[in-house]
Write a protein that binds this ligand. Structure first.
Ligand SMILES: [Zn+2]
Length: 286
């Protein structure tokens, strides 16, 4: 399990990757490995472990992207179109070691960004990958583009009796419940997003919004920012079409609902799961 509060074992070599000769030498390193990924998928073994390949092809900066170094070993990623050769990241991510998960999340997020950044948003000309694939540059006007991350808030709402509000979206698998989330809009602070989104989604006014932590979520390119918020004992009013159900749980009610299968929590890798489990063990926000 990765602890996103600590520094990463993936060394992103920011000072080195700006030198194309250094990137080429890293590619030629006999210890270099290539991680093949798709849209929210990775190459994985039957046991769910991450598969990496020896670097064999000639280096092509348009398809081979440097992730960084792990234990001194260069890691590259490339996008595979044949999704049938890959495994859904969601199905294996809970079993990956911390640094493997970090590499997989980075690879999927980075290759997805390259996929949609082939043309300059200012002048429409072609862009080319630079700095080992950590940015792109317009071939005509010179505009520099950097990988996008879309911030989203995710909120554990508790009432004065320390009940936790969980809900479900109509598109989720039966039984899946989670805390509530929404994307940051232009010109908003994260805390303002918390207030707006929770008013929209469950019709509750909040007090005491405090930061809990964050983690990347490459489906397709989010940064989830977790918050704890307090509210009154009011009943939630779910947003029509967006939230199918929202209800308060006591500790005992949630434990029983999980045991019977009535409630299925999000994956262990998600910040939502950690927030809910922290609430269950009494450590949320402490
Ligand atoms: Zn341009």
């Amino acid at each position: 399990m990765i602890d996103w509060r600590n520094g990463s074992d993936l060394d992103r070599v920011a000072e080195l990757r700006i030198d194309p000769e250094w990137v080429l030498a890293a590619w030629s390193d006999p210890d270099a490995v290539l991680l093949r990924v798709g849209e929210a998928s990775v190459e994985a073994g039957a046991d769910g472990s991450l598969l990496t390949r020896r670097v064999e092809a000639a280096f092509d900066p348009e398809v081979h992207y440097l992730l960084g170094r792990i234990d001194g070993r260069p890691w590259f990623a490339t996008r595979v179109r044949a999704e049938e050769e890959l495994t859904a990241l969601r199905t294996v991510m809970d079993g990956l070691p911390a640094v493997g998960l970090q590499a997989a999340f980075t690879a999927v997020g980075l290759t997805t960004w390259h996929d949609v950044s082939r043309f300059c948003p200012r002048c429409g000309s072609a862009t080319r990958a630079v700095h080992g694939g950590q940015s792109r540059k317009c071939t005509a006007c010179g505009l520099e583009l950097y990988p996008r991350t879309d911030p989203a808030v995710i909120v554990a709402i508790v009432d004065p009796d320390n009940r936790l509000l969980l809900g479900r979206q109509p598109v989720w698998a039966p039984g899946r419940y989670s805390v509530f989330a929404g994307f940051v809009e232009v010109g908003e602070s994260l805390e303002q997003t918390v207030h707006r989104e929770m008013a929209e989604e469950v019709g509750l006014a909040l007090t005491g919004v405090t930061y809990l932590g964050s983690q990347p979520w490459p489906f397709p390119r989010s940064l989830m920012v977790g918050f704890l918020a307090h509210t009154t004992r009011d009943e939630p009013v779910p947003a029509v079409g967006e939230i199918e159900l929202a209800r308060w749980f006591t500790h005992d009610e949630l434990v029983v609902a999980m045991a019977t299968g009535e409630v299925i929590l999000p994956p262990h890798t998600s910040i939502a799961r950690r927030m809910i489990e922290s609430w269950l063990d009494g450590s949320l926000g402490s």
